[in-house]
Design a protein around this ligand. Structure first.
Ligand code: ZN
Ligand code: ZN
Length: 345
């Protein structure tokens, strides 16, 4: 089958690889109908996340179940499903407490042998381990394309908005208007924000944010946190949601909120260590939160919100390409020529 594989720095390749098959009673084989390239795939592309050459990439995908092991009961062949971007056991210390993202037996799709050696979704087929947990059936009325987002970036944007503690009428600064940032804009509105600022340097992304009802702020033209303060009576936003992970954007998020505000960071950090302005956080009564999205509890409610017409994450899709065009798709996404790229077989 055709699959996008990691080769080395800034190098992916569409290879013919063996079609995977289920090996154990808890697994399911999924025929992928649509997958996406994610910002975390770029961390692999730029070798900031270690992945072995040859690994099949992709952790955002929907598809149709083709075959299941004997212990798989929540889905059956023919069901349309979306995958959580990671697998989790459901019974360890953390899973029992509902923190599935911290599962002691977690694996991540499309991240090679260092992250559980799971397959990747940027391929024609992928095996889902622990399929009773990992796969969520897609309800009628929700397309495979729309559903794909609940397995990672929509859940992440929503998680960021939820952890920001948004209350009706709040002003919210979303730092980064990439795909996760755009999901955070939509989610902030769902929580009742009166005004949402979207900060980015890429005009095409700011235009999408504006189309969603956000106030765009181009960080290349103005100092974002100073600008936000100047248009909020000198105070700043009530909450900020950071969706990039760079030290500079985390700083913008920290300085865009009023005293007593909340800073919610869901961007995957680029640096492993950075000076933390603890006096600024302490003295101004800020709450600093965020983290790796605990996806599973959000999947079903988000699918229901999409079905109800309250959310349409697919509006961020800028390009629909074939798996065979994977190399060009990665190049375009890395160069920010695309907001969100979907791949179909
Ligand atoms: Zn992702
Ligand atoms: Zn677990």
């Amino acid at each position: 089958m055709k699959a996008v594989t990691f080769q080395g720095e800034r190098e992916v390749r569409v290879d013919d690889v063996p079609k995977p098959g289920i090996q154990g009673p808890d697994e399911a084989l999924v025929r992928v109908t649509v997958s996406a390239i994610c910002g975390s795939d770029l961390h692999i592309y730029h070798v900031r996340t270690p992945v072995n050459p040859g690994a099949v990439l992709g952790h955002e995908f929907s598809g149709v179940v083709e075959e299941v092991g004997q212990h798989v009961t929540r889905v059956k062949p023919g069901d349309r499903v979306v995958a959580c971007f990671f697998s989790y056991c459901g019974h360890c210390f953390y899973c029992r407490r509902g923190w599935f993202s911290q599962c002691e037996h977690k694996g991540v799709f499309g991240h090679g042998e260092y992250f559980g050696n799971l397959g990747g979704g940027q391929a024609e087929y992928v095996v889902a381990p622990l399929a009773n947990h990992t796969l969520e059936p897609i309800p009628d009325g929700v397309s495979d394309e729309q559903a794909l987002f609940v397995g990672d970036i929509l859940a992440t944007g929503y998680f960021g908005a939820e952890r920001a503690g948004i209350e009706p009428g709040d002003t919210v600064a979303v730092v980064g208007a990439g795909p996760v940032g755009l999901m955070a804009v939509m989610s902030a509105q769902l929580f009742g924000a009166a005004q949402v600022f979207a900060v980015d340097r890429v005009d095409s992304r700011l235009e999408v944010a504006q189309g969603l009802g956000a106030t765009p702020i181009n960080g290349a033209a103005v100092h974002p946190s100073e600008h936000i303060k100047s248009v909020t009576g000198g105070y700043g936003a009530d909450r900020s949601i950071e969706c990039v992970g760079l030290p500079a954007t985390i700083e913008i998020a920290l300085h865009s909120v009023r005293h007593g505000g909340t800073v919610s960071v869901v961007g995957v950090p680029e640096a492993t260590e950075q000076d933390f302005p603890y006096m600024h956080v302490w003295f101004n009564d800020l709450t600093y939160t965020g983290g790796l999205c605990n996806v599973p509890p959000y999947m079903r409610p988000l699918l229901d919100l999409i079905k109800a017409g309250r959310l349409d994450p697919a509006v961020v899709v800028s390009h629909r390409m074939k798996v065979e065009e994977g190399e060009e798709a990665y190049r375009m996404f890395a160069e920010r020529e695309a907001t969100k790229i979907l791949l179909t077989s």
